[in-house]
Design a protein around this ligand. Structure first.
Ligand code: PGA
Length: 250
């Protein structure tokens, strides 16, 4: 049985003080009895360390939204996995579609980051997903497969990795993939991972869905056999909405 995982991706929102307030509220609720899924939050870089301190007792995991693949050096504006681990991060989100679309990340750079983060002892949330144009052209399978295969090139152990399937057309748009559309891609990803590794590895892999997940649609999405939780953007900025989604995951 895979333990579901729900992570709030706060994106470029919240100052340190605002992050501490939201994180405290989430930790109080998530740290109480009755929450069985794994819960994580991904504040912006400046807030990571302070947020880590206020959630530590609760079991809520700390995630970063990006990393670089070198340890240190002349990379103005970048943050290394070594720094993230030292700041208390458990997870790092890699290859989010906003990074791919707005900041030029490719499957090759995503792969470098995945390898670096895992080697540093961080857990990875590897994001994949097709654009609307790709879905309409009928190439969703090819695009997502390439993102998985190339993102995981030369990665021998994925026990510390989660995949997030996030159709780009569903992110921040209010358009959720139907549970059937999401399930179809999740099953395809799992089958592909079974081919790349083995069935046992694929059966253990958690695959989150992301893209306009809300309290009102979380239950039906999380009930699908290959959907193992969610990566939540907009709805993770309000503690009540986020916790309702967490509760939907069990
Ligand atoms: P959304 O974002 O929930 O606001 O659609 C999801 C994500 O980008 O991770």
């Amino acid at each position: 049985m895979r333990r579901k995982i729900v992570v709030g991706n706060w994106k470029m929102n919240n100052t340190i003080a605002e992050s501490i307030e939201l994180a405290t509220e989430i930790a109080e609720k998530a740290g109480s009895d009755g929450v069985t899924c794994e819960v994580g939050i991904a504040p912006a870089f400046p807030a990571l360390y302070e947020v880590g301190k206020v959630i530590e007792w609760s079991g809520v995991k700390l995630a970063a939204q990006n990393c670089h693949y070198e340890n240190d050096g002349a990379f103005t504006g970048e943050v290394s996995t070594r720094m993230l681990a030292a700041a208390g991060c458990n997870y790092v989100i890699i290859g989010h579609s906003e990074r791919r679309q707005l900041f030029g990340e490719t499957n090759a750079t995503v792969n470098l980051k995945v390898k670096k983060a895992l080697a540093e002892g961080l857990r990875v949330i590897l994001c994949v997903g097709e654009t609307l144009d790709e879905r309409e052209r009928g190439v969703t399978g090819e695009i997502v497969t390439a993102q998985v295969v190339e993102g995981l090139a030369d990665v021998s152990d994925i026990s510390n990795l989660v995949i997030a399937y996030e159709p780009v057309w569903a992110i921040g748009t209010g358009k959720t993939a139907t549970k059937e559309q999401a399930q179809e891609v999740h099953a395809m990803i799992r089958a592909r991972v079974a081919k790349l590794y083995d069935q046992k590895t694929a059966d253990h892999l958690r695959i989150q869905y992301g893209g306009s997940v809300k309290p009102s649609n979380a239950v039906e999405l999380f009930a699908m056999p290959d959907i193992d939780g969610g990566l939540i953007g907009g709805a993770s900025l309000k503690a009540d909405d986020f916790m309702a989604i967490v509760e939907a995951a069990g």
